[in-house]
Design a binder for this molecule. Structure first.
Ligand code: A2R
Length: 325
């Protein structure tokens, strides 16, 4: 039974844990099930105080949030919240929450798995067995190695730090690039991404998406990484200039890539399908039952706690709690 007049809109499909968790506390409206969404917004928009984004809805931008005059909080499923205009929200007194920390180790595990898969060609080796080539063509070709390699991490935040700790255990030398140097880590800081790319064997991308990082991994960076270089992206497709990456992978000017994210998901550049020097994953970084449940619960808990006047648990940087002004 709903226990408050705090009404919540879910814009697209979400996991049942989120929908049921919200329904236990609030009157919940599912925009994605409505045939006449415009009519609903016109008649009920003013009642909506909480919002949760969902698959297939697209960006929750200022124009959309502005149609809900009493909107107070938007819950984002994921640590990356480039799908919500948090700056606009902050300027209009709306809190945005994300799901940091609970997915850090899962994404870091995936990043290391993708790195090893790319260097040691595990998916290619699996295909080799399934295609009967072990029998018909003999042993699988030798691969690259992680031994004596240096990895540069773009974005040494929560997840980048967790990847670095794992990489240390694998014996990799480490460097990083972020907006500012971290005082408490022993890794080499590069103020210039292209300089770091020139000095490392592996570039691990794990910084936020959005306009400030769009195409930060550009032609100069990928050419600096070079023909033996390995690019791993577990952040957002927008950080890498995708057409240039495809061109460099095809021509051999970039050695290999392991990609969990793409610019226009779920569309992946089809040129990549024919390349043997890439490993492609369908954005599964946090995609375990365990971690997705933790993320979903945090989405619910943020809105419940906020509705009870106790403030959000994990507001994003652009909408600190309590809101200023
Ligand atoms: O602000 P800094 O100096 O602490 O650096 C952050 C870095 N970063 C950037 N580095 C270079 N150029 C930029 N324009 C830039 N903007 C941010 O990314 C920090 O080292 C890192 C982000 O760390 P966290 O905020 O702790 O994020 P977390 O939880 O590690 O997740 C990273 C991303 C998400 O935004 C999703 O897109 C993806 O991983 O799943």
């Amino acid at each position: 039974m709903p226990v408050s007049k705090f009404e919540v809109l879910i814009t697209g499909q979400v996991m049942p844990l989120i929908r049921e968790g919200l329904e236990a506390h609030f009157t919940v409206h599912k925009l994605y099930e409505m045939t006449d969404k415009e009519a609903f917004i016109a008649s009920h928009g003013a009642k909506i105080r909480g919002m949760v984004g969902g698959a297939g809805h697209g960006k929750i931008d200022g124009a959309f949030m502005g149609r809900f005059p009493n909107l107070q909080i938007v819950g984002n499923f994921g640590v990356g919240y480039d799908g919500v205009d948090a700056k606009w929200a902050g300027e209009h007194g709306i809190i945005v929450t994300n799901t940091p920390d609970v997915l850090t180790d899962e994404v870091a595990d995936l990043a290391m798995g993708l790195l090893i898969s790319t260097v040691r060609r595990l998916p290619q080796a699996d295909r080799y067995v399934r295609d009967g080539k072990w029998l018909s063509q003999g042993n699988f070709p030798l691969t690259g190695s992680l031994r004596e390699k240096k990895m540069g991490i773009l974005g040494l935040g929560r997840i980048g730090g967790a990847i670095a700790r794992r990489a240390e255990a694998f014996g990799l030398s480490l460097a990083y690039h972020s907006r500012s140097p971290k005082l408490d880590v022993p890794y080499t800081y590069y103020a210039s991404l292209v300089d770091m790319a020139r000095d490392v064997d592996i570039l691990m991308v794990i910084a936020p998406g959005g306009e400030s990082t769009r195409n930060i991994v550009n032609r100069a960076v990928m050419e600096a990484l070079g023909p033996a270089g390995i690019l791993i992206n577990v952040a957002r497709g927008t950080l890498v200039d995708e057409p240039v990456m495809v061109e460099l992978l095809k021509s051999g000017k970039l050695g290999a890539a392991g990609l969990d994210v793409f610019e226009k998901e779920p569309t992946v550049p089809t040129d990549l399908f024919a390349l043997e020097n890439v490993v492609l994953l369908p954005h599964v970084g946090s995609g375990s039952h365990y971690t997705r449940n933790k993320m979903g619960q945090l989405v619910v808990d943020n809105i419940v706690q906020f509705s009870e006047g106790r403030g959000p648990i994990t507001p994003v940087a652009e909408t600190p709690w309590p809101l200023k002004g």
